[in-house]
Design a protein around this ligand. Sequence first.
Ligand code: PMP
Ligand code: GLN
Length: 390
Amino acid sequence: MIRSKDPNIKTSVFAVMSKMANDYNAVNLSQGFPDFGVSEELIALVNKYMNAGFNQYAPMPGVFELRKKLSAKIQKLYNHIYNPETEITITAGGTQALHSTISTIINEGDEVLIFEPAYDSYAPVVRLNGGRPVYVRLKYPNYSVDWDAVNRMVNSKTRLIILNSPQNPSGKIFTDEDLQSLKKVVVGTKILILSDEVYEHIIFDGKEHNSIAKYPELAERSILVFSFGKMYHATGWKLGYFAAPEKITEEIRKIHQFTVFAANTPIQYAVAEFLDKEEEYLQLPNFYQKKRDFFNGMLKDTGFEIIPAGGTYFQTVNFSSLTDETDFQLAERLTKKFGIAAIPMSSFFHNEENTKTLRFCFAKTEEVLKQAAEKLDIFYSQAKKQLNLF
Ligand code: PMP
Ligand code: GLN
C-alpha cells in the first residue's frame, strides 16, 4: 500500500457535483465553467500556429511575445511594470501557478492565512508542503473582513496570506480600504501575499478591479495569479500566468520547471496575438453583469435569498427559509430529484460548516439559465406546500 502525504484530501466538490449532474442529466450550475463558445477568431489563431509548426516545447517561462503583451496589459490596467523576461511566467492554468507558488514558499511549520469561504485549491497544497492553514472567517452576509482578527492571527510563523478578489465563491471584492488594512498588517514583516486574481475582468456595478499590482508596497511582496480560462471562456485550455518580483519569480520557476516545464505552445502564440483585441476582455464586466441580472431576476421568485455579489460568475443564495436540510443534502436532492445542480457552500469551509447556502454558476446561455430557474421554481412550489406557505 502507498502511504499518502495527505490521505484526508477528498475528491474536489467540483468533480463530485459535475459527475452527479451528468449522471442525473441535471442542468449543471455547480462547477464553474462557461457553456458558450470560445471566439472563432481565437480558435483560428490556435489552428494557424499549429499548422505553422509551433508544436514543440515553449521556453520554460513561456512564449516571450505573450509575456511582453501581458506585461503591457498589467501596466496599462494597474500601472505597475513587471519585466516580461524575469517577472512574468506562463503556467498550465491558474491552478498550477497556485501550486508552484505555495510549494516554493511554504516550509514545515509555516502558517498561511486563508479567508473563508475559500476556493478549494489552497489549503491542501499548504498542508502537502508541511504548512498550516489558518482560517479567517469573512463576515456573512457581505463577507467583510475583520482586520483586527487578521492582526491577532498574524505571528512570527505567518509566511503567506492568500487573497482572492473577486472572490470565489462569495463574489466579495476586496476594497481599497481592505488593501490599506492589509498593508498595515504586512509592511515590516516577512509575510508574502498570494493574490488570486483570475476573476479580474468579472466585476460588476461599475467597480474597478483593485489589483494588488496597484499597491507598490504590496506588489513588492506579492505573487499575482491569472487565468485565460476565465478571460476567453476556455477553462479546458488550462493556460494561466503569474506575475511576481524577480527574486520571487526566480525561485518559483525552479519548481514550475519540474511541474510542467512549460505550458502549451500554440495556444500561447495564439493568445499573444489575440490580446491586441482589448475589447474581448474589457467587455466582460458588462457581459457577465447582464447574465447575473438575468439569472437573479428569475431567482427572485423562487424563495431563495440572493446574497449580493460584486464579481465572479457565481451567485450564492441562502435557503434557510425553505428547508431544514444541510446544504449538501439539498444540493444532492436538487440534482437528483429536480434536475438542477449547485455547489453546497460547506465545501468552502475547512470544518464543512453548514451555512445553509448554495453557489450557482451563471456563466451559461439564457436558455440554460431559464431551464435552471424553471427547475428551482418547481422545487419552490413543493417546498411551499411542505411548509404550508401558500
Ligand atoms: N482560482 C480561482 C479562484 C478559481 O475559481 C479557479 C478556477 N475556477 C482557479 C484559480 C484556477 O484556474 P484555472 O482553471 O486556470 O486552473
Ligand atoms: N474554479 C471552478 C469552480 O469554482 C472549478 C475549477 C475546478 O473544477 N477545479 O467551480
